[in-house]
Ligand binder design. Sequence first.
Ligand SMILES: [Zn+2]
Length: 378
Amino acid sequence: MPTYGYLYDRFHEHQASLDEAETSGAALSAASCPVCGWSTDSWQEIGEHLRTEHPLGAPQLLVNGRPCASDKAVRRPLSAGAVCVMNTTTIDFSVDGGPSTSVDAAEVGEALAAVGTGHVQLVLHNERADGASAARAVVFDIRLADVRDLDAVESAFDETVSRRLTPSEADSFAERSLTATTAHSYAGALHKFLIALLQKDGRIGGSGLELSKYPARMNEALHELSQYPDRPLARAAAGVIRFNINLFGGLASGIPELDRCVEQLTRSSSDLDTNHPERLPSELKSCPVDDATDAILQASADLDEPRRSRAACTQLVRFASAVDTAPADAVKARALVLLASPESASDEYRHAAEALVHDPTFGGLAETRLRSFGKLSR
Ligand SMILES: [Zn+2]
């Protein structure tokens, strides 16, 4: 069999060359690190040295100081300085599937800022002198919204949406904002937010609009709304969503009742820091919230009133254990009860604490309270 013979012959040739090298002394000549020049007499040690002394970091891309995932939506103009890369030696840059050009790490921000609309694919490479490399692709979906279109979407929102939201108001908003062509993503996210509220409150039905699916819709809306930190409405809607999914911290919503409640909830925790906007909008406009959020906000305001505090606690405890209360809302209600009544030893409080023990945000608080309840009952 010719194939077998060929392999057999090559194997012998290879063995022979190895023997030759071993005896000739060539293999004993110094091996040196291709990166720093450090030398030793074993290539195996060089391999070990490369791994420990020159680890090959994965390329990283930061936008406004935050690590960027594999895709990034851009709706507001990027400043050239907003983008920076780390562990990156070369970057391939291509717009809308066109030919890729090589861009310097220092110039990538400028190149991105120059693109008005398009899908930009960046492939970041980190190459080491010995030929090892790591790569990472990031796609920027750049569709800059015109300020006039953003304003038009917000006017449409103000004129069609009331605090007690209805499905037909959500429809009118979608219809009214159609003309704001460059702000479609913004209008779409606000519409998604409205639909999610209606879904949560059970005021809308149909396939895909089930109660269980509102958090996913809220998350989608939040992803887009976070692109507009300079728009008070986007910040308010994003704040309502973050409150709904118990994502505390980040930019304040600008809705006083909501920001006060978030402050109550995060007061005990040093690592939950809420950034307050430097200036609140001078003229407060309204942003709808779901019924459960409304109930929590009212009860949390009552907690600060000595005469109403007790009734508010009872109300929150009942709300938390009601069958139709969303798990995230039950967590907030119980946390508010624990935070408002640090010294109580009643069964109600104990149960509230027990239910929170495994919560990632309030578990520590619950454990502390349970320990002090233990002391009180002894
Ligand atoms: Zn080295």
